[in-house]
Design a protein around this ligand. Sequence first.
Ligand code: FA5
Length: 344
Amino acid sequence: MPLADFLSQLAELETAAREAFAAAADTHALEAARVEFLGAKGGRLKAAQKGLGTIPPADKPAAGQRFNAVKTQIDADFAAAKERLASAATTGQAADFDPTTPGTPLVLGHLHPITQTIEELKDIMGRLGFSATEGPEIEDEWHNFEALNIPASHPARDPLENFYLATAESVAGAGGTPGAPLLLRSQTSTVQIRVMENTRPPVRIVSLGRVYRPDTADATHYPMFHQIEGLLIDRRVTMADLKSVLRLFATSYLGRDVHIRFRPSFFPFTEPSVEVDMQWGEHWIEFGGAGMVDPNVLSAVGYNPDEVSGFAFGLGVERLCARRHHVTDIREFYKNDVRFLHQF
Ligand code: FA5
């Protein structure tokens, strides 16, 4: 190849490389250009080098010199383009980054308000000397009704008032006879029976858990809700003890200014029985039931009603929590709307 042709080829290559490197908008484009011009295998500079061998010997030194100069220039253009992209990346970042901008706060989960309430109520009752126990949510009729002095003819046992389970199997630990009907417990009073069956008096327990009733949901009702059950059995326990404990409980959870009142009522498992109302602004709201444990119940669990007496109470946890936080509809607790739940 004549020297002139070789030199014009080199000049063309030099221009093309400079333009390609200058046009590369990002590191991928620059790398593609590098491979095209400087690639060790099949790069255009490599191809041009092969032309050197075809130059007449007299012209070789000049051709070689020019080739080296072009190679140096292309290397330099590549390095400059690389530098340009690197500094654009860092200055771009620096422009966007403002260390004084407040960070995005991490969203931390927390316990559901009803769980928080349960923990707090356990704590309050613990300070009054009541230890926490639990019972199964699937119950047999003995613990949910029979032992609580609710005979088969009682309207509370109507299948339409309860969630009976289709299965006739008895569950481990439920203590029922195999084949006996099972239901979702409708009250935590079941736990009173379970504890008394296994403990000698004195007894001082509290039990918090879910209960189920086919009630229509409204501002104060839900088909699944929670109760706190308290039971104290000892010698010479009176209604006065019951009222003192409930008043202490209410003021500890709701504040010193809360008032409670008892209204005469009826529960098959307590005698006498009362409804427990607490003040809510101008109104009195029913929070639960209570009374002196009926002698029939004491006998059913093998206690001697002539030796021991006791009181029991069962209150709705959702209503307590709602009263404390001024929530006017307990359905809010179960909508799973995080905007609501975040506030607790
Ligand atoms: C009972 O369940 C009795 N076991 C309470 C008791 C225990 C009496 C020990 C005597 C001795 P009652 O059905 O009234 O009683 O329910 C008690 C409380 O549970 C109610 O006052 C209310 O606060 C709450 N409650 C009842 N039904 C619902 C419901 N569907 N949704 C939310 N809370 C409810």
